[in-house]
Design a binder for this molecule. Structure first.
Ligand code: GLU
Length: 560
C-alpha cells in the first residue's frame, strides 16, 4: 500500500479520530522534574485482589520514586473485562491505605483521580490509543486483520506441520498483512470484524539487547510477530496500552513482574515504531514460598495460599507497617541493618536502590514477618495499640471492640503491661491475638486452670490463697504488695529469699516465686503473665477475691 492509501485506510478505520499524536505530545509534555527523578507506576487490573507480589511491586515503585525525588502513580488496567470485578478498584486502593503506601497521582477511588496525565483508567483512554493506532496505520505500521478464530487455529496447525520454530501471526502466515485497500474496504463495508495488528519489520536472525535495572543485560531474538494492537472492539491489548500509557504518562522506569520479560522485544519494537524513547525496564522477581507439604520452593498461589492476598494480613490485624517493613527486607537486604541503626525513621528514608534487588525469587517467610511485627507492636504506646486494635476489632471482631470500648481504662492498662522501658515484651504480633493473650482479663474468656507446680501441694496452695484473700488490698503500692506476697512464705514453709533457697533447697518447700505462681494461677489460670501486681488491680476487688476463693475451694476438694 502506498502512503496515500495508508492515509485513506487510516480514515476508513478511524473516521472519528481527529486528534493527532502531536496534540497528545502537547497535552502531556515531559514532566518538569529535577534531574534523575524517576517516574514509576503501579498498574494493576481491577481484580479486587491485592496480591503480596503486587504489594512487593508497588513498594518497589514507591521506593524508586521516593529515593530519586520522583513520583509514583496508580493506573488501572481494565482493558480485560474478564478479569474485572465490580469493586475491584476500591479493594486495591483500600489495600494500599492499609499498608501506608500513598500514590502521588492517578486513580484515587472509584471514578476519582488526581494528576495532569490522566485519565488514569485505561478504559477511559480509548481515544488516545486509537489516535496512536491511526497514526501507525497512516505510516503503514499497522493493518486490520480479519482472520476468524478458525483461520487462526488453522494457522497454528500449519505452523505445527511446518515445524515452525516461532509460532504466531507473522511473515508468510500473516494472511491479512498484504490485503489491498480495496479488499479491506470491501470487508469493512460488509461489516466484517477485525483486529488491528502491528506490521513488524523484525528479523528473526537478529537479536536485541537491553539493560534490565534488576536483572542486568538481557538478550533476546527480535520480535517478528504482528502483534494485535487493538482488539475487535477497539480496546487495546496490554502491549499497545503499555507503550501509549507509559509514553504519555512519562514513566521513566517500568517496574513490573518478571513474567513480562519475554514481551520486551515486542514492546521495544512498538516504542520504536511510535517514535518514542523506550523507558527503563526493571523486572521484579516472583515472591516465592516454601510449600508446607513437600518443602519445595514455589510461587505464591492465589488458590492454595490464603496469605497470598494482602487481605489475609489485614483480617488478622498485622500492624500495617509490619508487612511493608518485612517486604523492605526482601527488597534490599541491607534494609535490616539500616533499620537497626535507625529504629525511628520512616522506611521511605532508606536509601533504596533497584540495582540492589535480588534478581532471583524473593522468599516469603511468615515467621520473619511475625518477628518484625512483634517489634513494631513493641515500639507502640499502649494508646496506639488501643486505637489500632479497636479499629481492627470494629471490623473483624465487634464483640471484642465492645469490650475495649466499654472499659477503656482497663484495656489501656492491660495493653500497658510490660510495655515501654528498655526491654518491652514482644509477644504480640497482631491484633487477632489480643483476645487470647489477655483472655483472663474478661469474665467470659477467663478459663480457670489450677495445675500447680510439682513441689507445691494443694494444701499449701489453699492455705496461701486463704491468707492472701484477707491480705491483698487494691490500693497497696507495689512495694507493699510485694512484701505482702513475701509475708506468705515463711508461715507456709517457703522462703522469701530466692538466693537462700538456691543455697539450701532442702530446707524449704520453695521460694517466693512459687508463692506468686500460686497466686498467678488462681487469678489468671496461667503460670506466666506480665506484671501480676497490675493485673490484680485491673481485675478489681470483686474478681480477684472471687477467683482466689474459687481456686482455694478447688484445692480443698483435692484434700478431702
Ligand atoms: N496490568 C498488568 C498486570 O496486572 C501490569 C503489568 C505492568 O505493570 O506493566 O499484570
Amino acid at each position: 500500500m502506498n502512503s496515500m492509501e495508508c492515509e485513506k485506510l487510516a480514515e476508513l478505520l478511524f473516521p472519528e479520530i481527529t486528534m493527532t499524536p502531536e496534540d497528545l505530545e502537547e497535552k502531556y509534555p515531559p514532566r518538569n522534574l529535577k534531574e534523575g527523578a524517576r517516574v514509576t507506576r503501579f498498574a494493576p487490573s481491577p481484580t479486587g485482589y491485592l496480591h503480596v507480589g503486587g504489594l512487593f511491586g508497588a513498594l518497589t515503585d514507591y521506593m524508586t520514586a521516593k529515593a530519586s525525588g520522583g513520583l509514583m502513580y496508580l493506573r488501572i488496567e481494565d482493558t480485560d473485562k474478564k478479569r474485572e470485578i465490580a469493586d475491584g478498584v476500591s479493594a486495591i486502593i483500600e489495600g494500599f491505605d492499609n499498608f501506608g503506601i500513598e500514590f502521588d497521582e492517578g486513580v484515587t477511588g472509584l471514578g476519582t483521580e488526581s494528576g495532569a496525565y490522566g485519565p488514569y483508567t485505561q478504559s477511559q483512554r480509548v481515544e488516545i490509543y486509537q489516535t496512536i493506532a491511526k497514526s501507525l496505520v497512516q505510516k503503514g505500521l499497522a493493518y486490520p486483520c480479519f482472520c476468524t478464530a478458525d483461520e487462526l487455529s488453522a494457522l497454528r496447525e500449519q505452523q505445527e506441520q511446518d515445524g515452525a520454530l516461532i509460532r504466531g501471526y507473522f511473515g508468510k502466515y500473516a494472511k491479512c498483512r498484504d490485503l489491498t485497500f480495496e479488499e479491506i474496504e470491501e470487508k469493512i463495508n460488509n461489516g466484517m470484524p477485525y483486529v488491528l495488528r502491528f506490521r513488524s519489520d523484525g528479523d528473526e536472525n537478529k537479536r536485541i539487547a537491553f539493560q534490565d535495572v534488576i536483572k542486568g543485560k538481557i538478550e533476546m531474538p527480535e520480535n517478528i510477530i504482528d502483534e494485535v494492537l487493538l482488539k475487535s472492539d477497539g480496546i487495546p491489548t496490554y502491549h499497545f496500552a503499555h507503550v501509549c500509557d507509559d509514553h504519555f504518562m512519562r514513566t521513566t522506569h517500568v517496574i513490573r513482574g518478571e513474567e513480562w520479560i519475554s514481551s520486551v522485544p515486542k514492546h521495544i519494537a512498538l516504542f520504536k515504531a511510535c517514535g518514542y524513547k523506550t523507558p527503563k525496564y526493571a523486572h521484579t522477581p516472583q515472591v516465592m514460598k516454601i510449600d508446607e507439604v513437600d518443602g519445595t520452593k514455589r510461587k505464591f498461589s492465589k488458590r492454595k495460599d490464603p496469605e497470598a492476598a494482602v487481605g489475609y494480613f489485614i483480617e488478622r490485624g498485622y500492624p500495617k507497617e509490619a508487612l511493608t517493613e518485612y517486604l523492605m527486607t526482601l527488597l534490599n537486604s541491607d534494609f535490616e541493618a539500616w533499620r537497626t541503626a535507625n529504629p525511628d525513621k520512616h522506611f521511605s528514608e532508606f536509601n533504596f536502590k533497584l540495582q540492589k534487588m535480588s534478581a532471583s525469587g524473593a522468599l516469603f517467610d511468615l515467621a520473619k514477618l511475625t518477628d518484625i511485627s512483634k517489634n513494631c507492636v513493641a515500639r507502640m504506646t499502649a494508646e496506639e495499640v488501643y486505637d489500632r486494635a479497636l479499629t481492627w476489632a470494629k471490623q473483624f471482631n465487634p464483640a471484642y471492640a465492645e469490650k475495649l470500648e466499654n472499659e477503656k481504662d482497663k484495656a489501656i492498662g492491660m495493653l500497658s503491661l510490660d510495655r515501654g522501658g528498655k526491654k518491652p515484651r514482644k509477644d504480640l504480633a497482631k491484633w487477632d491475638e489480643l483476645p487470647e493473650t489477655f483472655s483472663y482479663m474478661y469474665a467470659d474468656s477467663y478459663e480457670p486452670h489450677f495445675d500447680l507446680p510439682e513441689h507445691v501441694s494443694p494444701a499449701d496452695a489453699a492455705n496461701i490463697l486463704d491468707m492472701y484473700k484477707d491480705l491483698w488490698a487494691m490500693d497497696d503500692d507495689k512495694d507493699t504488695w510485694f512484701s505482702k506476697v513475701k509475708s506468705l512464705c515463711e508461715p507456709n514453709g517457703f522462703t522469701p529469699n530466692v538466693k537462700e533457697y538456691k543455697q539450701n533447697p532442702d530446707a524449704f518447700k520453695g521460694h517466693v516465686g512459687d508463692v506468686s505462681t500460686v497466686l498467678r494461677i488462681a487469678v489468671t489460670g496461667r503460670t506466666m503473665t506480665p506484671d501480676l501486681y497490675v493485673i490484680l488491680r485491673l481485675l478489681g476487688e470483686e474478681t480477684v477475691k472471687a477467683r482466689l476463693s474459687e481456686a482455694s475451694a478447688y484445692y480443698k476438694t483435692l484434700l478431702a
